[in-house]
Write a protein that binds this ligand. Structure first.
Ligand code: F0G
Length: 457
C-alpha cells in the first residue's frame, strides 16, 4: 500500500522522546501495568485515543485570536451556529464542554425511568448516562460485527429487523429514543451505511420515536459512504453529511474527534423548538449559559472552523488512508486485526493473537503493556478489563472481543510513526508465546480500567 501525502505541511513541531527500554519497564511497573497511569512524557507514540488529541490548522489557531469572551451572545457562538446550520442542516444547537456533557444535559429530558434506548452500539459514557437517568441501554448491532474476520463494508450497521422486533415486543411507549453512533466506535470504528441510517429513521417515524445521531465521527462515516455505498460515489462529502443528518431529529457530539478541536461538544436539534427550549434551560445549571455551554469563545471559533475543515475530502482521504496503512502493515506481519479496518483506529484481536492467555488474564491489556515496553507506543484495551463486572452477580463479563485499540490522532503522526508501531508489534509476534497474562491486584468499583493495577501471573 503506497503512502498518500498529507494535504498539509508541518509548521510547528512538538518533540517526543523514546526513553530507553529499562526506563519504560520501570515506568509501566510504577504505573501498575496500567497505561492510563503513565506520564505522557514517557510515551513515544500515543495511540490511547483520537479524542482531543488532534492538531489544529493555522486557520483554527488564527480563529482563537478573534475569540469573543462575552458571557452572553459571543460572536463565536453565532459563527458556530452558522457552521452547524450549513453542515448538519439543523436549526438549533447548544454547545457543551464535551460529548458526555451533551449526553448529561439531553438524556434526562428524553428518558423516563425504565425506558430503553436502542442503538447500534452505545459508547461507554453514553451507556453510563442512559443508566444514570434510569434508562436501559440496548445494543442491536448486526451480529457479524462480533466476528473480526468477517469482511463487510458497513459493520457498524444496526440490525433493523431486531430493532423493529424489539419495539414491537416491548412497546414503543417503553422506548425513549433510537441512537445511531457514527462511526460505531465500540465495534471498531466501523461505519454505518446511509441505507441503514435511513432505515432506522423510518422505523423511528413509524413508531413515533426520536432518532438521534451520536455524531462524534460523522465525517469519517460520510467518507466511507462515499467510498463504499452504491449511489454515493459522485456525491460530495457535505452532501452526504446533510443527507445523514436529515435522517435524525437531533444529535449529541463529542467535538474532540471530527470537530478537530482539543475540547468541546454540542447538542444539535433539527427543528423541535420545544425540545430546544428545554435543552436551553437545562444546560444553564450543568454546563453554562446557552451561548457558551462550557466553552470559551475562542474554543467555539476553533470548532466552527474545524467542522468546515473536517468535511474536506482530501483531508478525509489522507486520514482514513493512514489508518488503513497501519492495518495493512499489521496484516503483512501476520497480526490478527478487526477487518475491515475502521475509521479512527486499528484493533488487534488479542484473543486470536495470544490464544494462550485466557480472557480472565486480560490478554489485550497484557499486549498493551508489552507494546509499551517494546516500542514506547501506548494503545488501549477494549475488552474484558473495560467490560467490568455484572452489576447484579459481580461476575466478570467476558465480551466477545478482546481488543487492543491503536487509535490514531488526527493530523498528528506521519507514516514513519505508523511503521514504528507496526514494527514493534511484529517483534512481539516473533516471541508472543512468552507474553504472560495479568492479574488485577487493585480493582476500583467503577470504571475500573482507568485506575486498576496489575501484576504478571
Ligand atoms: N460518543 C462516542 C462515540 C465517543 O467515542 C465518545 C468518546 C463519546 C461519545 C464521549 O465524548 O469524550 O467528548 O465526553 N470517546 C473517546 C474515545 C473518549 O477514546 O473513544 P467525550
Amino acid at each position: 500500500l503506497r503512502c498518500m501525502p498529507e494535504p498539509y505541511k508541518i509548521k510547528v513541531v512538538e518533540p517526543i522522546r523514546l526513553i530507553p527500554r529499562k526506563e519504560r519497564e520501570r515506568a509501566i511497573k510504577e504505573a501498575g501495568l496500567n497505561q492510563f497511569l503513565l506520564k505522557a512524557e514517557d510515551v513515544f507514540i500515543d495511540l490511547l485515543t483520537d479524542s482531543g488529541t488532534g492538531a489544529m490548522s493555522q486557520d483554527q489557531w488564527a480563529g482563537l485570536m478573534i475569540g469573543d469572551e462575552s458571557y452572553a451572545g459571543s460572536r463565536n457562538f453565532y459563527n458556530l451556529q452558522k457552521s452547524i446550520e450549513d453542515i448538519f442542516g439543523y436549526k438549533y444547537f447548544v454547545p457543551t464542554h464535551q460529548g458526555r456533557g451533551a449526553e448529561n444535559v439531553l438524556f434526562p429530558l428524553l428518558i423516563k425511568p425504565g425506558q430503553y434506548v436502542l442503538g447500534n452500539y452505545h459508547f461507554d459514557t453514553t451507556k453510563a448516562h442512559i443508566e444514570l437517568k434510569g434508562g436501559r441501554a440496548v445494543n442491536l448491532i448486526h451480529e457479524r460485527a462480533y466476528d473480526t474476520a468477517v469482511e463487510h463494508p458497513f459493520k457498524g450497521n444496526i440490525d433493523l429487523e431486531k430493532l423493529e422486533a424489539f419495539i414491537v415486543e416491548h412497546g414503543a411507549e417503553n422506548i425513549a429514543f433510537i441512537l445511531m453512533t457514527v462511526t460505531c466506535n465500540s465495534a471498531g470504528g466501523q461505519p454505518v451505511s446511509m441505507e441503514n441510517i435511513r432505515g432506522a429513521y423510518q422505523i423511528g417515524k413509524k413508531y413515533n420515536l426520536p432518532v438521534l445521531l451520536d455524531a462524534a465521527r460523522f465525517a469519517e462515516n460520510a467518507y466511507f459512504i462515499k467510498k463504499r455505498e452504491k449511489g454515493y460515489e459522485n456525491k460530495s462529502i457535505p452532501e452526504i453529511v446533510l443527507e445523514m443528518f436529515s435522517y435524525s431529529d437531533g444529535c449529541t457530539m463529542s467535538a474532540k474527534k471530527d470537530g478537530l478541536v482539543n475540547m468541546g461538544g454540542l447538542i444539535g436539534i433539527k427543528e423541535d423548538y420545544e425540545l430546544y427550549q428545554k435543552v436551553r434551560q437545562m444546560v444553564v445549571p450543568i454546563e453554562g449559559f446557552p451561548t457558551y455551554g462550557g466553552l470559551s469563545g475562542r474554543d467555539m471559533e476553533a470548532l466552527a472552523r474545524g467542522l468546515r475543515e473536517v468535511v474536506d475530502e482530501a483531508y478525509l482521504a489522507s486520514r482514513i488512508h493512514q489508518v488503513q496503512y497501519l492495518g495493512e502493515k499489521l496484516k503483512e506481519a501476520g497480526i490478527p486485526i478487526q477487518e475491515p479496518v475502521g475509521g479512527h483506529a486499528v484493533f488487534v484481536d488479542a484473543k486470536r493473537f495470544l490464544p494462550h492467555i485466557p480472557q480472565s488474564q486480560y490478554p489485550a491489556q497484557a499486549l498493551c503493556v508489552e507494546l509499551y515496553i517494546e516500542s514506547g507506543v501506548r494503545g488501549v484495551e477494549v475488552g474484558t478489563l473495560l467490560a467490568g463486572r455484572d452489576p447484579e452477580t459481580g461476575e466478570e463479563i467476558y465480551p466477545e472481543l478482546d481488543l487492543l485499540r491503536l487509535t490514531i490522532p488526527r493530523r498528528v503522526y506521519t507514516y514513519n510513526h505508523m511503521d514504528w508501531v507496526a514494527e514493534g508489534l511484529a517483534r512481539i509476534a516473533a516471541r508472543k508465546d512468552e507474553i504472560r497474562g495479568l492479574k488485577m491486584v487493585y480493582e476500583p468499583k467503577i470504571l475500573r480500567h482507568f485506575t486498576a493495577q496489575f501484576e504478571w501471573v
